[in-house]
Design a protein around this ligand. Structure first.
Ligand SMILES: O=C(O)[C@@H](CO)OP(=O)(O)O
Ligand SMILES: [Mn+2]
Ligand SMILES: [Mn+2]
Length: 567
């Protein structure tokens, strides 16, 4: 959404009181990660799972339960074919406005060619004469963290703007796209690089690994993941060495069933003498080409910070580094970037802090930044440390999430319960990760167990809200567990000749539910009926209302209406 520059400063922070909704009611906000709505079917794990709490919300009060959009243009993505994701989902939930998101901004900058005129590109360009340009990122067309077509354009553009030696360090996906698709993406990239070679550019893939095992950790859950990537990308060292990335991906997948696209072990590409073809050395330029922040922040720190005690980097090359975007607005990380990130301003969290609302937010590590950093418009830290408290429960590390599908759902809910009962907070906000994190493994049975645990967690929170006479809002950021199979155009699961289906590990295009209630909710408060196309961005105004304030005028409209109740 375009806004006048400078208009921000003029606007006051104080919010008018809501005529019909009172202040100081505790509002419990639950974001069920990856919890979409889809027709009942054996591959709808939410439907199959035992979820009495969520079922009761849906059936109990139809005027206080509805669906909202969580994908595509409703959350600022380029098209309505783009599935939702946590970054754009929580940004919209927290900000109350729809911003053109990273994916879209990068598209625009590449289309117009402006990317090559910006400070970030000019900065890395200084290395092109004598150094190598390294591109590190997720190789797929998932559109959640990156897109291969953007990488292709960047490769072409960089070579036209002087890059003579290019090395790509790939991270295979299998999470936003089907497992096994890495092979095709590597083929596509190798073709492109061969074309550049014909034009005299020395361009190759230099290293790789699966996104969940190499590089793309988040919220400092496990620095070893970043170290594995560093060793391959920077030092040129990995347990597996191959003459080409295509061979690497095929062989590693064939040799070990656990080495799927998400968890492929790190490898380096070597020349005939066994030397790595593309370690990162002094004088080189590096671009991390993911536009999404969470899973690039740790690598950005390793590439940019002179001092880092999280793992032994062995060598800290003097490079020129730029992110595709700036990933953290508060830390200004990285300091150079090719495309300016969306300026997500005046989020609900900031408004509420200015209006004295005390907030508690909690999740386990893998989603902790979702209800804090993403919710607050990709800002780390507090708006007002006297009014806010964020708590993180450590996630399991070193195991895929289908092994412990209950994750820390109950622990997070118990923290929320305690915060609600403490009387110290007005908003208590959590993210319950199971449907998403377990859904991404493609393991149906585990996902069903995860959804059940998530439902139990919601019950703990709703019971606490009941006890204090508060209000609850239960919603989700995008779909995942409600559809776990690859389908044909008509929606039927695709089966191979042996009758097997391929699990769908990705998010979906489905809408998500939102339910409101609790003893503190004004009896006349119901969902409006004039907003059939509402989406996640309409939630922030709703929350502000439930805290007893009118929402800012520039927010997407509230979902609720409050009619006077006759005596
Ligand atoms: O795990 C992630 O990084 C994404 C999928 O790529 O999921 P979410 O948006 O739910 O965090
Ligand atoms: Mn999510
Ligand atoms: Mn997810």
């Amino acid at each position: 959404m375009a806004r006048r520059p400078g208009a921000e400063e003029e606007r006051p922070w104080g919010l008018a009181e809501h005529g019909r909704l009172g202040k100081r009611k505790v509002v419990g906000v639950v974001v069920l990660d990856g919890w979409g709505e889809a027709p009942p079917d054996p591959f709808n794990c939410i439907h199959v799972a035992d979820t009495p709490t969520l079922d009761a919300l849906k059936k109990g009060a139809p005027e206080r339960w509805r669906l909202i959009k969580a994908h595509g243009t409703a959350v600022g993505l380029p098209t309505d074919d783009d599935m939702g994701n946590s970054e754009v989902g929580h940004n919209a939930l927290g900000a109350g406005q729809i911003y053109a998101q990273g994916a879209k901004l990068v598209d625009l900058a590449l289309d117009s060619g402006k990317i090559y005129e910006g400070e970030g590109f000019k900065y890395i360009q200084q290395s092109f004469d004598t150094g190598t340009l390294h591109l590190i990122g997720l190789l797929s067309d998932g559109g959640v963290h990156s897109r291969i077509d953007q990488l292709q354009l960047l490769l072409k553009g960089a070579s036209e703007h002087g890059a003579k030696r290019i090395r790509v360090h790939i991270l295979t996906d299998g999470r936003d796209v089907l497992d096994g698709s890495s092979v095709t993406f590597v083929e596509t990239l190798e073709n492109d690089l061969a074309k550049l070679q014909e034009k005299g550019v020395d361009a190759r893939i230099a290293s790789g690994g699966g996104r969940m095992y190499v590089t793309m950790d988040r919220y400092e859950n496990d620095w070893q993941v970043v170290k594995r990537g560093w060793d391959a990308q920077v030092l040129g060292e990995a347990p597996h060495k191959f003459p080409s990335a295509l061979e690497a991906v095929k062989k590693l997948r064939d040799d070990d069933p656990k080495a799927n696209d998400q968890y492929l072990p790190p490898f380096v590409v070597v020349d005939e003498s066994g030397k790595p073809v593309g370690p990162i050395v002094d004088g080189d330029a590096v671009v991390t080409f993911n536009f999404r922040a969470d899973r690039m922040v740790m690598l950005a720190k390793a590439l940019e910070y002179e001092d880092l005690d999280k793992f032994d980097r062995v060598r800290f090359p003097r490079i020129r580094y730029a992110g595709m975007l700036q990933y953290d607005g508060e830390l200004k990380l990285p300091s150079h970037y090719l495309v300016a990130p969306p300026e997500i301003e005046r989020t609900s969290g900031e408004y509420l802090a200015h209006n004295g609302v005390r907030t508690y937010a909690c999740s386990e590590t893998v989603k902790f930044g979702h209800v804090t950093f993403f919710w607050n418009g990709n800002r780390s830290g507090y708006f007002n440390p006297n009014l806010e408290r964020y708590e993180e429960i450590p996630s399991d590390t070193g195991i895929p999430f289908n092994v412990q599908p209950r994750m820390k759902a109950v622990e997070v809910a118990e923290k929320a319960r305690d915060a609600i009962l403490s009387g110290k907070f007005d908003q208590v906000r959590v993210n319950i990760p199971n449907a998403d994190m377990v859904g991404h493994t493609g393991d149906l049975e585990a996902t069903i167990a995860g959804c059940k645990a998530a439902d139990e967690a919601v019950k703990i929170i709703l019971d606490a809200i009941e006890q204090v006479g508060g209000i609850f809002v239960v919603t989700a950021d995008h779909g995942n567990a409600e559809d776990m199979v690859k389908r044909d155009k008509s929606g039927k699961p695709i089966r191979d000749k042996d009758g097997n289906v391929q699990p769908l590990t990705s998010h979906t295009l489905n809408p998500v539910p939102i339910a409101i209630g609790g003893p503190g909710l004004a009896p006349g408060a119901t969902f409006r009926e004039d907003l059939p196309d509402a989406g996640l961005a309409n939630v922030a105004a709703t929350l502000i209302n439930l805290h007893g304030f009118e929402a800012p005028r520039h927010y997407e409209p509230t979902l609720i209406q409050v009619s006077p109740v006759p005596f």
